[in-house]
Design a protein around this ligand. Structure first.
Ligand SMILES: CC(C)(COP(=O)(O)OP(=O)(O)OC[C@H]1O[C@@H](n2cnc3c(N)ncnc32)[C@H](O)[C@@H]1OP(=O)(O)O)[C@@H](O)C(=O)NCCC(=O)NCCS
Length: 181
């Protein structure tokens, strides 16, 4: 369990399947993700089952303590496409419980994920793609230190129009320098 001030990154549990299904069938969430087909229970359970075999990715739940002293699941995140030779990984994050978006939880979870990626997995570079209309993501990623590195112009067709996918990256040396400030 990785602990921040307000959020924790923990394991993915089977009992999360209903929340994941709700998030990944919600167009308000999926408009920001690659996924656009309806997510079935069968596919979600298969994804969960296969996590243990995935050597090139590491997934976490994002939870916060609730009043009863237990934990509330609010999202998930992970490092994918881990390339051990070049020490590069791609991150993804979703705060699926919409009332918890834009309250800083995603940014804190991403900070924990970067710390894990750089200090535990020993990556040298972490990258991601987001879309030009995803204001929350762009602001959140810039806050943790990602730099815009390029644009794939009109590579995304969503909600009836084309959008740019934005490549962002952060290097281990930049992360460590930022942490020292
Ligand atoms: C992207 C995401 C992880 C960011 O996490 P978060 O906890 O919501 O982010 P934060 O609250 O730290 O930062 C978002 C910022 O965008 C701002 N924002 C959101 N919508 C805005 C708008 N329309 N105009 C201006 N600012 C806006 C928020 O006010 C906040 O600003 P602040 O830094 O001044 O507080 C989360 O919103 C999310 O999961 N969204 C849905 C799925 C998604 O987009 N995943 C990422 C795919 S690349």
């Amino acid at each position: 369990m990785l602990k921040g001030e307000r959020v924790k990154l923990g394991p993915i549990k089977r009992e999360y399947v209903d929340s994941f299904l709700r998030w990944f069938n919600d167009p308000e969430i999926t408009q920001y993700l690659i996924a656009y087909r309806p997510m079935t229970r069968m596919a979600e359970e298969e994804w969960m089952e296969n996590l243990k075999n995935r050597e090139d990715s590491i997934h976490f739940s994002i939870v916060i303590p609730n009043e009863e002293g237990s934990e509330k699941l609010i999202g998930n995140c992970g490092i994918h496409k881990i390339d051990c030779k070049n020490r590069v990984g791609e991150v993804g994050i979703v705060i699926g419980e919409k009332e918890f978006q834009n309250k800083g939880f995603g940014t804190e979870a991403m900070e924990l994920l970067l710390e894990y990626g750089f200090d535990t997995v020993n990556l040298n570079r972490i990258e991601l793609y987001t879309y030009d209309f995803n204001i929350s993501a762009l602001k959140s990623y810039k806050k943790v230190g990602f730099i815009e590195e390029g644009r794939k112009r009109q590579s995304i067709w969503i909600n009836g129009s084309y959008h740019d996918a934005i490549l962002m990256g952060i290097l281990a040396e930049e992360w460590r320098k930022k942490k020292m400030v």
